[in-house]
Design a protein around this ligand. Sequence first.
Ligand SMILES: *Cc1c(COP(=O)(O)O)cnc(C)c1O
Length: 401
Amino acid sequence: MDNDLITSTKEFLNEGEQSILFTTARPDVIMERGDGMFLWDTNGKQYLDFIGGWAVTCLGHCPLVITKALEQQSRELVNASPSFYNKPMIQFAKLLTESSCFDRVFFGSSGAEANEGAIKLARKYGSLYRNGAYEIITTINSFHGRTLATMSATGKKKWESLFEPKVSGFKHVPLNDIAALSKAINPNTCAIMLEPIQGEGGVFEVEENYIKAVRKICEEQSILLIFDEVQTGIGRTGTLFAYEHYGIKPDIMTLAKGIGGGFPLSALLTKEKFNIFEAGDQGGTYSGQPLAMAVGMAVVKEVIAKDLATNAQVQGNYILKKLNKLKTEFNLKDIRGKGLLIAFDLPTAKGSEIAFECFKEGLIINSPQPSTIRLMPPLIVSATEIDDMLQIISTVLKRVL
Ligand SMILES: *Cc1c(COP(=O)(O)O)cnc(C)c1O
């Protein structure tokens, strides 16, 4: 079909249904425009966005700093190839290493790609220093991405029998269970990989005692500790990186989602002593791509300059306080989270229905598990928008529960 002939929303949707490979059910709308906390569809309907592009648009939709960075960089250099340094790549790596406990950065385009890099780096470490150890321990209910290796790393029950044979070498243990972890370690173990707060799994946080014990075990047995901060990084939990909450430092950290503010970008960070890849071990055509580097740098600078981590903490606490006030009325359970990564459980498995009803009312929220609602708004959110969000949720809960 000639694209010029697709005019109405209905025709677009029909065409989409026929031309987009099915991977997920989508509502019958086409998103057209975004600004700050809001999205608009092609019918002009406005949505208050509490998923923020899936924990991605930390500065809200279409922030000026992204427009400016793209405009400026696209005039100077779009792509010289990964075989050359470019200025924004070096400046951005410097910003990230100066803002964290790490010394070295590898850039990619997605969270899964950064995690693949982390898995490869851990295996390289195992082959060089641990007699070929290659096993990586991850947690049940974790999420690490959708490539074959990261699906294998992911501790999602539903995925266990998918796309066999899986990449071997992953063991899954329950989160916050130090005995189970100790038991899973053997001479083949090269790394332990964790999300400081399981995001897709439904917002479950590591306990401070647990993660400190994990750090100690890793130290004693020369095992690497990998933090998957794809969702928790860049201010989301109230500190620039979630590891800062626990008084420990991982050996490797991966970032994506918020780091590009909506632009496809990810990073793997590590310490100087794990700068052990040889030429050709790791790479990617878009690693250090100048447009991505310019945008990422602009986004992270803005998050730091505006201290949006603190705003995440303040507004997150406000959401928790308000949710706790609704707790008895709607029989909500386990209101939890840190900063602007928040979830609560419903008395029944009506998560998708609640999310869909909110959507019809112009509010976007997420139900990561059948009875769980998750909120992950842009870090710029204010109390007014939080009040509006809770107003809609209350109305919908009254109706549905
Ligand atoms: C989203 C996510 C990923 C995967 O990132 P993609 O950019 O979708 O590949 C990996 N780990 C965590 C913790 C995530 O939340």
